[in-house]
Design a protein around this ligand. Structure first.
Ligand code: NBP
Length: 476
């Protein structure tokens, strides 16, 4: 019997995805450039399901039912193009090529257009959840045509994480939509991690709590509205003791955060679209700053405040304030990410359903969290909502949190503890709220030095003041 699906690229992700398909009763054809990986998979996990190993691309293609469905799971970039070029000549119109790697959505748009010319479906698919998710149920964000999804959807939905009986997989939209949404998902993940790290830092260095005590606080938060995978694993990390030194594990890890690039893409794309994603940008910059060894070394002796700890009474209250600040800042970061998806969807004509995106992130992926239900509800109530902050539930939550949030940002500044994520989220909130922004002054400055013109609050038209002359106003 022919195979239901083929998986190309059997490193950690491809291997686990192939096993996941097989465990769900699908017959899975396997191919990897280096055949030892293919053989190892069958040897170790052959009993888990129905595998058809292939040693050449031709063999893989010949083993598949039509229309053929193949999932490419290789390193993003040039390797993905190499694999596409190798397989495309062997395929026939109607066949479906899925790229499950972390491709840039513009690459996906290019590849989709090229394969469409040949009558092939190209489905750029975001897959989140890492190694573990790939095996036990990831969150899956497929782009491409609706026709391709009809054939592919049931297979992907069967291996996706399930929450409340619903698979964490849905057709996101045409061409690059799936990879765009995955990119923003990762950007939000950066922001979420940064905010959690700041909360830890404040409790550790402001309230004087030890890592194990902070783990307990996080466990408490995880029983409430902040319940999420990231809070849960944070508590586990903080509870972990280094076997060698007996010290808290968090203290023996070098304080330099690395990055693979999807956070940077999210910010670069936001800049191109003109969408303010301050929280995500600060998170990317915070990682860059942490890794700037020479910069930090050169600045180590800069003076700080004299007051550096809270007294114990204040520190008890402070933990509650930090919970409020974290929730509020997290809402802002997600609002910015969803704004970017909305803008990308409008720019490229994808018609992405924002509420569905929050729904398929409820399981399988790194940012899975209880409060995503609230985002789905917000977009169900108003699919055109200009910002999540304007949704009734979120407006209320932010209103309740704002005093504590302000206290946290103020205290952090007084104690000299950097909280770029909390601070920029609050600045975004206050900027959106403002009746008048000082942008009026900036526009006036631009008119002064560059005759860039301005519009008036009291009548229509475009104006310029003759700053170097008699300062009379001209209508343009
Ligand atoms: P890697 O990203 O480490 O890629 C290794 C695979 O790519 C191997 O199968 C390798 O074959 C193959 N490959 C390379 Br490299 N160059 C090739 C070429 N020119 N032709 C054919 N095959 C080539 O694997 P991974 O960590 O499993 O990730 C796979 C994809 O999934 C990536 O795009 C990644 O960004 C994405 N992703 C990863 C995670 C995660 O948590 N790791 C999560 C979500 C998405 P070989 O065995 O012959 O060298």
């Amino acid at each position: 019997t022919p195979a239901d699906i083929g998986v190309i690229g059997l490193a950690v992700m491809g291997r686990n995805l192939a096993r996941n398909f097989a465990r769900h009763g699908h017959r899975v054809a396997l191919y990897n450039r280096t055949p030892t990986r293919t053989r190892a998979l069958v040897e170790e996990f052959g009993k888990e399901g129905d595998f058809v190993p292939a040693e050449t691309p031709q063999e893989l293609v010949a083993s598949l039912a039509r229309p053929r469905r193949i999932v490419i799971m290789v390193k993003a970039g040039a390797p993905t193009d190499a694999v596409i070029d190798e397989f495309v000549p062997l395929l026939e119109p109607g066949d479906i090529v899925v790229d499950g790697g972390n491709a840039h959505f513009q690459d996906t748009r290019r590849r989709e257009a090229a394969l469409r010319e040949r009558g092939l479906h190209f489905v750029g698919t975001g897959i989140s959840g890492g190694e573990e998710g790939a095996l036990n149920g990831p969150s899956i964000m497929p782009g491409g045509t609706a026709e391709a999804y009809q054939s592919l959807g049931p297979l992907l939905e069967s291996i996706a994480a399930q929450v409340d009986g619903r698979p964490c997989c849905t057709h996101v939209g045409p061409d690059g939509a799936g990879h765009f949404v995955k990119m923003v998902h990762n950007g939000i993940e950066y922001a979420d991690m940064q905010l959690i790290a700041e909360a830890y830092d404040l409790l550790r260095h402001g309230a004087g709590r030890q890592p194990a005590e902070i783990a307990e606080i996080f466990q408490g938060w995880n029983a409430g509205r902040l319940e999420s995978y990231l809070i849960e694993i944070t508590a586990e990390v903080l509870n972990h003791t280094d076997a060698e030194t007996g010290r808290p594990f968090v203290d023996i890890v070098q304080d330099r955060a690395e990055q693979k690039g999807t956070g940077r893409w999210t910010v670069q794309t936001a800049l191109d679209l003109g969408v303010p994603v301050n929280g995500i940008a600060e998170a990317v910059f915070a990682r860059s700053l942490s890794g700037s060894v020479a910069l930090r070394e050169a600045a180590r002796d800069l003076p700080g405040p004299t007051e550096t700890w809270l007294d114990s009474a204040a520190s008890d209250r402070f933990a509650e304030d930090v919970e409020q600040a974290l929730y509020a800042s997290k809402i802002v970061a997600y609002a910015q990410g969803f704004h970017e998806i909305q803008a990308g969807s409008a720019e490229y004509g994808w018609n992405v359903n924002l509420g569905d995106m929050a729904a398929i992130w409820r399981g399988g992926c790194i940012i899975r969290a209880r409060f995503l239900n609230r985002i789905t509800a917000a977009y169900q109530a108003d699919p055109q909502l200009p910002t999540l902050l304007a949704d009734e539930y979120f407006t209320k939550a932010l209103g309740e949190a704002q005093s504590a949030w302000r206290r946290v940002v103020t205290t952090a500044a007084q104690l000299g503890i950097p909280t770029p994520g909390f601070a920029t989220a609050l600045a975004y909130y206050d900027s959106l709220r403002a009746n008048r922004l000082p942008a009026a002054l900036i526009q006036a400055q631009r008119d002064f030095f560059g005759a860039h013109t301005y519009q008036r609050v009291d009548r229509e038209g475009t104006f310029h003041t003759l700053w170097a002359g008699d300062r009379s106003e001209q209508r343009q």
